[in-house]
Design a protein around this ligand. Structure first.
Ligand code: TYD
Ligand code: MG
Length: 495
């Protein structure tokens, strides 16, 4: 019974009985238990939340981390592999000279500004946006512009068939641009195909459709998205190709699943716009190679996305002059000034708890401004419904918008329209004081360029006086009571 005792074939022991069959069976059982234990140590299953990526050891109906229901999915995780011994990589000195990363520019100014002056080779950018907003259109135009600059561009679509993409390219007049295209979803195949034939830019549309065979989870799950993104990021870093990953966002604005991806990539941008309107805003949310808050403005036309060179004009309706409740805010988005209208409506409330609704601005900020106006300027807004809207679907995060929002509120409440041709900027403190804000000169210059002749600014700021453009009168306000006095002394509209 040679085969039964051969150490090379332990698996057979359990089934083949030699003269000492009983003892061998016991041994085989022991061995099987050991290998099972080993296997268990290597491969773990865990439950991953598909909303936030948190990992739980067992299934539960609600994720502990983000609180979403029924979002846990079982996934298998391979054992971590150990690195080798000895020196594997060299350590370097931070004092070593650096070279500015080279950039690949597209020539589409609004896009290049958001990337921080063009793509950095070997970098990965995530472009998030709601379905149908125009991500594929934007990227095919970016690809076309680069291909015309004699760069090698590969566009991989996991969502649309070749004909769909071709039709879009035809509509945009880009079929002859020389973009290379494929409809593929398996990351290993994409990486293998492009390993030796590296493009300058690789577009993956979208990351949610990609899957990698190294991960045992269904496509579209957090684990798959993360695995696929990891493989593509590794590809970018090792070959020097720039990679753009398209990510869909959910209704609540999260880049679905790839929240985890946001941390892994070099830059995150979001593409959005207001439903029904044609303009789209590309916004940098994170950028390792450039400013993290730039915006680019586009308009969706019948022939693709057109750049909007002067966005301030786009967001101004011209009604601010005559209608109470509209103030023009001289803001800064990234490095660029942007004028927007802030609209407020106040009305006596029939409800016990008056409504406070705000679109495009922070709810807490509105509550604070209302409280300060009540406490420091005696404006009785407590029994009024208050609605505040940033015109044009823009979202404003700057504290500098406080003064304009307050002006709009006071104007609506008193029924007096604001001084003609005026812009506002300044931050309001809890004491009611109006604090200076940065970049006054840039704000004033943009306002002057668009025909505004007055600016209501914080009085503590010295900068605006020096930076004041010709034909621009400055009115300094030191606190909210000043502001209310200024508006109450203005024209009254209507009955
Ligand atoms: P798309 O780029 O497919 O959106 P996403 O990739 O973000 O899902 O754009 C979809 C919309 O854009 C679609 O409703 C049609 C519109 N569109 C135009 O208005 N003009 C154009 O030239 C193109 C190509 C699309
Ligand atoms: Mg698309």
């Amino acid at each position: 019974m040679k085969s039964a005792t051969s150490p090379d074939e332990p698996a057979k022991r359990a089934t083949i009985r030699g003269p000492a069959g009983k003892r061998e069976e016991v041994e085989a059982g022991k061995e099987a238990k050991e290998t099972k234990e080993k296997r268990m140590a290597k491969i773990r299953t865990s439950f991953v939340c598909q909303t936030c990526g948190a990992v739980a050891p067992r299934w539960q109906g609600r994720c502990d981390a983000c609180g979403s229901w029924n979002s846990l999915v079982e996934e298998t995780i391979g054992a971590p592999t150990h690195g080798g011994k000895g020196r594997i990589f060299a350590l370097s000195d931070l004092a070593a000279p650096t070279v500015a990363p080279p950039r690949i520019t597209t020539g589409i100014g609004e896009f290049d500004r958001v990337t921080g002056g063009g793509f950095v080779p070997g970098s990965v950018l995530l472009l998030g946006g709601e379905p149908g907003i125009g991500k594929s259109t934007l990227l095919i135009q970016v690809c076309g512009a680069l291909a015309r600059r004699r760069q090698r561009i590969v566009y991989i679509s996991g969502e649309e068939a070749i004909d769909q993409v071709r039709l879009r390219a035809e509509r945009l007049g880009l079929t002859e641009a020389g973009i290379e295209f494929a409809a593929e979803t398996k990351v290993e195949d994409i990486v293998a195909t492009l390993r030796d034939d590296v493009p300058a830019l690789l577009v993956i549309d979208s990351i949610q459709t990609m899957w990698t065979q190294t991960v045992e989870a269904a496509p579209g799950t957090v684990t798959q998205v993360r695995g696929a993104a990891q493989a593509l990021i590794r590809y970018a870093k090792t070959t020097g190709a720039s990679v753009i990953l398209v990510g869909h966002v959910t209704k609540d604005g999260q880049i679905a699943g790839p929240r985890v991806v946001e941390h892994m990539v070099d830059a995150v941008t979001s593409f959005d716009g207001e439903g029904g309107r044609d303009f789209r805003i590309l916004r940098a949310l994170k950028n390792r190679f450039g400013p993290g808050n730039e915006i680019g403005v586009f308009e969706m036309t019948g022939r693709g996305l057109a750049e909007v060179g002067n966005p301030s004009a786009l967001f101004l309706s011209g009604h601010a002059e005559s209608t109470p409740g509209i103030a023009v805010f001289a803001g800064i988005e990234g490095t660029r000034p942007l004028l927007t209208e802030i609209e407020a409506l106040t009305a006596p409330s029939p409800l016990g708890m008056p409504r406070r609704a705000v679109v495009g601005w922070d709810q807490n900020r509105l509550a604070m401004v209302i409280a300060v106006l009540e406490a420091r300027a005696g404006l009785r807004l407590g029994q009024h419904d208050v609605f505040l809207n940033i015109a044009g679907g823009l979202r404003i995060n700057e504290p500098a918008a406080d003064l304009a929002a307050a002006a709009a509120l006071v104007s609506s409440f008193t029924g007096r329209s604001l001084p003609a041709h005026s812009v506002f900027f300044g931050e309001i403190g809890l004491s009611g004081a109006i604090r200076p804000v940065p970049h006054s000169a840039t704000r004033l210059k943009e306002a002057a360029k668009l025909g505004f002749t007055r600016a209501i600014v914080p009085s503590a700021s010295q900068e605006p006086r020096e930076a004041r453009p010709e034909n621009m009168t400055l009115k300094a306000c030191s606190d909210v009571a000043d502001l209310v006095a200024l508006i109450a002394g203005g024209r009254r509209e209507g009955p």
